[in-house]
Structure formats: C-alpha cells, structure tokens
Design a protein around this ligand. Structure first.
Ligand SMILES: [Zn+2]
Length: 295
C-alpha cells in the first residue's frame, strides 16, 4: 500500500479513484467539509494521481518520479496557492498569477494541477476572473479548490466545478435513517445481483414517495457496489453489514458495470444535492441499474 493511494474503504475516496480510473475526471473540483488536513491530504492524492505516469487504474502508484515529487510537495506541475480563511484573503493577484500560469504547458507531467486552499475566500472579482479559465481550461489543466463550505462560491463558479463533500454521509444520518437506508439499499443490491429487471423496479418503488429515503440510501447503495468492487480487486474490506451481497455482485457483474454503477450513484447524489426532480432521479436510478444487469 503506497501512502499516496486512496483509501478504498472511504466511499468518497473510492469514488474519486474510480472516476480517475475511468479517465473522466472533471477539470475543476471543489473539496468541501472535513478538516483542513483532510482536505489537503485528499487534494494531494488527487494531484499525485493526475500527474502519475502509471496507468490510470494504478495511479497514484507512489513510486514514479511524479508521485514521489507530488508526495514531497516538490512537483513543478502542482502549483499550490493558499490564503487565510477570511474574506477576500485569496487575492485577485493570485488568480491573475494562476491564469497566466495555466496557459504555460506543464514542465514534466502531462497535467498541471492547481491546488487552491481556502479558494472560497476569493472576492467576486477573483471568482469572476477564475471563472474565465474554468469555462475554457487548457486541456492539461486541473483545478482542486479547497474550502470549509462551498457556500462562499458564486453560483457561476459552482456550476463549472464538481463538488465533493468530505464526511458528508456520516454527518447527515441518524441511526434510524441509516437502518432504513441500509434496508432499501440492500433490496436494490439484491435485485441487481438477481439480474432481474422487474425486481429492480419493485425494489426502487420504495423511493417513489420518499425523496429523503432516496437521499440517505444512495450513499449506501454506492457502498455496496464499492464493497463489490473491492471483492473484484481481491481486497475485501468493510461492507460486512451487507452479508454475502458484495461477493455475489462481484461474481455477477463486470468491473466496468460496477464502476459505472458507482459513478452513477455519485452523479445521482450530486443531483439530489442540487434538488433535481425526484421522479426523474428515480427513473435515472432504475435505468442505470437495469443497464448494469443487461451487460
Ligand atoms: Zn505514480
């Protein structure tokens, strides 16, 4: 286990790893929540994975020169900008510097990864300036913006970045919610493991009149699929509360199908956070699950 690598027991890190492995990682991400250290550690793992010269599925390998420099904070293609956590501490001058730097091609890696700490403290002028690069970033550029809460960002900036919340699933649920979410998620996972379209629709019917249950069940559904994925990689860990389901899913579904499911859960969770139409979400969930079993 290399120390640059993601912790696959952590649903968020497992999701990020899969998104990176799929080669469809967003240009701009916002990491909110957690502690300052948690955000920075995760940002560094992401940056290492993006510059790593091993294959996408292996990154961050922890042993290539890119990973080593990323871990040692000495990679020339991972510019780091930081500001205090107070209004407008992230100066517009920083943003101008970032803009100029972004258009210079990377020195050593294929990517250039900007880590912006306390990026939410950018004033409106700074955010409008960064927005211009987020709208049309050079293909090799990635932005990882860190903040305690995304609420400091302008909606225009948020619309061009994918927000990931550290530790969200734990903070939001009570034991009672968790039990209901596990029950619903288990039913869904069973129907997928049964490779049965009709069972999937039946299992999803429980969410029809309960948007809150869907919100709390989605991360759990993702956990089951992530546990199945770990089985695929012969690294079973966690997921005991789902019994033999992860193993069964691993046996019946391909890595591709599991990866698609985990990613789809992520998109659905984002849609829930953005208050997307509940019925459309439910349709999207069923379509995703049925697609996975049809492969
Ligand atoms: Zn590497």
């Amino acid at each position: 286990m290399n120390k640059a690598d993601f912790d696959l027991n952590n649903p968020l890190e497992a999701t990020l790893k899969l998104m990176l492995a799929s080669g469809r990682f967003p240009h701009a991400v916002i990491l909110e929540g957690g502690t300052v250290a948690e955000r920075l550690t995760l940002a560094k793992k992401l940056a290492a994975a993006l510059v790593c010269s091993a294959g996408k599925a292996e990154a961050p390998c922890g042993v290539c020169s890119h990973c080593k420099k990323a871990i040692a904070d000495s990679h020339p293609d991972i510019p780091f900008f930081t500001a205090e956590d107070k209004p407008r501490a992230f100066k517009v001058d920083f943003v101008r510097e970032i803009r100029n730097n972004a258009y210079i091609i990377p020195n050593e890696a294929d990517k250039k990864v900007f880590i912006l700490e306390n990026a939410h403290t950018m004033g409106t002028e700074g955010q409008n300036a960064i927005l211009k690069i987020l709208e049309e970033p050079p293909s090799y550029v990635n932005f990882i913006m860190l903040c305690s809460s995304k609420s400091g960002f302008l909606p225009t900036v948020l619309s061009r970045a994918t927000v990931f919340t550290i530790g969200e699933a734990k903070a939001e649920e009570s034991d009672e919610n968790r039990a209901a979410a596990v029950e619903a998620a288990t039913a869904i996972a069973k129907s997928v493991a049964a490779i049965d379209d009709i069972e999937i629709v039946k299992a999803a019917a429980v969410f029809e009149k309960d948007a809150k249950l869907l919100k709390s069940a989605l991360p759990v559904i993702q956990e089951v699929f992530a546990a199945a994925m770990r089985e695929k990689y012969n690294a079973p860990d966690g997921g005991e509360e789902f019994g033999s389901l992860p193993e069964e899913l691993a046996r019946k579904l391909s890595r591709r199908a599991l990866s698609d499911l985990i990613e789809a859960c992520d998109k659905l969770m984002l849609s829930v956070r953005m208050n997307a139409n509940h019925n459309l979400m439910l349709t999207a969930l069923c379509t995703t699950l049925r697609k996975a079993v049809s492969k």
